[in-house]
Design a protein around this ligand. Structure first.
Ligand SMILES: [Zn+2]
Length: 183
């Protein structure tokens, strides 16, 4: 709901944000990204959940992949967690959206920007690894050596502790860029 009665209409996909904030009180920052490097990863069998909007369209709804309604936003918010009650924060920080992009919801703005950037960077690294691997081995043997679970936990802690490092630079970049900053 806009604060000013005469405010111009908000962006149609605002339901992505509103329904996640309603469902997870611990979330206070969300990035919705169309980073093309990450879009193909919905076809791989990864532990990152995939939201397919086609499973949730109403019969008379426009089918353009956009999250145009509260029910579509609620379904997307639900895909961040397998539990359905007593939720404060989501089980997953990232969800891929089939044919559309990805969504990142850590608990701080700095961590959110950090993870959104590295969702794209990690997708580029993994795609490059797959290409190199397949260039030297039969496709059937293609295996990427992923992080071990204890490494995932360790790097998560490390990322949360260091996401403040690039934050000042990113902030300065926005402040210096029109139309956000001064001429
Ligand atoms: Zn979008």
């Amino acid at each position: 709901m806009p604060l000013e009665a005469n405010a111009p209409p908000g962006y149609i996909e605002r339901y992505i944000h509103s329904e996640i904030y309603k469902m997870y009180p611990a979330v206070n920052s969300i990035v919705h990204s169309h980073a093309s490097a990450a879009v193909p990863y919905r076809i791989l069998d990864t532990s990152t959940p995939v939201y397919d909007v086609a499973e949730h369209y109403q019969p008379d709804e426009i089918r353009d992949l956009l999250i145009r309604s509260v029910p579509l936003g609620q379904a997307l918010a639900s895909s961040f967690s397998k539990r359905h009650s007593g939720l404060t924060g989501p089980d997953h920080a990232v969800v891929f959206m089939r044919g559309h992009g990805s969504r990142v919801v850590p608990s701080s703005i700095e961590d959110c920007i950090f993870r959104a950037n590295y969702t794209k960077e990690n997708a580029l690294i993994q795609t490059t690894s797959l290409g190199l691997r397949n260039a030297y081995h039969n496709f059937d043997e293609a295996q990427i050596q992923h992080l071990h679970y204890d490494e995932i936990e360790g790097t998560k802690t490390m990322g949360e502790a260091t996401c403040h490092r690039p934050w000042g630079l990113q902030l300065r970049g926005v402040e210096d860029a029109t139309p956000y900053g001064k001429e």
